[in-house]
Design a protein around this ligand. Structure first.
Ligand SMILES: [Zn+2]
Length: 179
């Protein structure tokens, strides 16, 4: 039986992403979070496909070929003005029902675990990002903007709860994996 979850970091070591509190780099945080999630997924018996730390998102997306049964999740961190707060989860404009349900569970759970604002599920065109290449893949697909990396309170809540968040994310990914 082949059980695969696609859990990527989305940034790599030459693409630091957003810069936050105390110079914290989004790429470092997302790689660490991806590794926490994937360790949990492996304990749940899943085979995990992930991006390499030196691989661009384009290279990663170019080599994977998920089916509709699979799950693709990628963590990111938001950045704005140092005061904006909360978690949001992005889905495709034409997201399937499974993606919508998974995204809702993820955003509700993350907000509750960290005790920060729930900014809800947004479609890619409602987000600041526009169209996302990840969303063109088959499966249950969601991009988690965990919190605001430039907001000290958000990062405090994240640091305190990241292991719980990773366990929760792995459980949700496993739940929506149809393999
Ligand atoms: Zn990002």
């Amino acid at each position: 039986m082949k059980e695969i979850s696609y859990s990527s970091a989305g940034h790599h070591l030459n693409d630091s992403g957003a810069i936050g509190v105390n110079g914290r780099k989004e790429a470092v945080e997302t790689i660490q979070f991806r590794d926490l999630v994937n360790a949990q997924l492996k304990m749940l018996g899943k085979t995990v496909v992930q991006d390499k730390d030196s691989e661009t998102l384009g290279q990663y997306l170019g080599r994977i070929n998920p089916t509709y049964k699979d799950v693709l999740v990628e963590p990111h961190f938001n950045a704005f003005n140092g005061k904006a707060t909360g978690v949001e989860v992005l889905i495709a404009d034409n997201a399937n029902d499974r993606s919508k349900k998974m995204a809702k569970e993820l955003v509700d759970g993350f907000a509750k675990i960290m005790g920060i604002a729930n900014r809800g599920v947004k479609t890619e065109s409602q987000s600041a990002r526009g169209r996302l290449a990840l969303m063109r893949k088959k499966g249950a697909v969601a991009l988690i903007e965990i919190c605001f990396i430039d907001n000290p309170n958000d990062m405090k809540a994240y640091d305190k709860n990241k292991v719980n968040l990773a366990c929760f994310a792995a459980q949700i990914i496993a739940k929506y994996d149809l393999n």
